[in-house]
Design a protein around this ligand. Structure first.
Ligand SMILES: C[S@@+](CC[C@H](N)C(=O)[O-])C[C@H]1O[C@@H](n2cnc3c(N)ncnc32)[C@H](O)[C@@H]1O
Length: 262
């Protein structure tokens, strides 16, 4: 008999009896990804005719909005390398353990877990509208011990109000943020970033490059947004930032740039 706390969601049934891991499917409506965290199939034999899987209550938090803390931020099969890639770029571009770093849209700490470990106490700052995502990142990626040891700071907001942290940053990161923002949000993010940058601050970001028309004219957050380099560097220039291309690969083909105050 299934415990009363079980939840059922529609998805494909897998063959194996106990599955630990993730189901990952393409959403045909949005073109985005929907991921389901699976901790345990309670009783596969009771699953009716191939359309339902039964999950234990432990996974409920992970399935909020139909997504878990890993798939919320991108393809789960590249979660590891996408975290490591951003750490590599930042360190190659000069991030050192003594620096104060701001991680814009830090999500579930895909990259944050490496930065928190590397930076000194109080060195890491993450801002993210989805509080549950950070909380589950701490629970499942870093553990409380690392958080208590390094004391990173988190703010839960979507207004790009980086001034909340009360000081400037040596390094800023926007990894897979300008791949989603509208022109209004992109401008807001850049202007707020400039306000927390000193003369030597470095702002590392990436974007999905398109060679033709810029597709940024929409409201709010979008599954995937493409920019021309010229358009993006022009926006940065409006905010007093010079932009330079960086030649690092990215697991999803995004293009890296480095911005500094002119
Ligand atoms: C593609 S994910 C990238 C997360 C993280 N940078 C990483 O690489 O794992 C985009 C993140 O931006 C967050 N986000 C959405 N709107 C935002 C906003 N207005 N300000 C900051 N972050 C936002 C999303 O919740 C999500 O965590």
């Amino acid at each position: 008999m299934q415990p009363s706390t079980d939840v059922a969601i529609p998805c494909r049934v897998l063959d194996s009896k106990d599955v630990y891991g993730f189901l990952f499917e393409r959403d045909s409506d949005t073109g985005g990804h929907i991921g389901y965290a699976v901790s345990r199939i309670v009783d596969k034999d009771k699953v009716p005719s191939g359309q339902l899987m039964v999950f234990t209550r432990e996974t409920e938090g992970m399935m909020r909005k139909g997504q878990d803390w890993r798939s919320w931020v991108g393809p789960v099969e590249r979660y590891d390398i996408t975290g490591a890639n951003q750490f590599r770029v930042m360190v190659n571009e000069g991030l050192r353990e003594s620096h104060e770093m701001l991680d814009i849209g830090c999500g579930s700490l895909r990259g944050g877990r490496f930065f928190i470990l590397y930076l000194g106490t109080h060195g890491y700052h993450g801002i993210e509208p989805e509080e549950w995502l950070v909380k589950e990142g701490i629970k499942y990626e870093t553990g409380d011990g690392l958080i208590q040891f390094k004391l990173p700071a988190f703010e839960y907001a979507k207004d790009f109000g980086f001034g909340r942290f009360g000081h400037d940053f040596d390094y800023l990161l926007a990894q897979s943020i300008f791949t989603h923002t509208s022109v209004v949000e992109t401008n807001l993010c850049l202007s707020e970033a400039v306000n927390v940058m000193h003369d030597k601050s470095v702002f590392i970001a990436n974007f999905e490059e398109s060679s033709d028309a810029t597709r940024i004219n929409f409201d709010g957050w979008k599954e995937c947004n493409q920019l021309t380099y010229g358009y993006f560097s022009g926006l940065a220039a409006k905010h007093g930032l010079s932009m330079k291309r960086l030649d690092y690969p990215h697991p999803s083909g995004l293009k890296w740039v480095r911005m500094e105050k002119v």
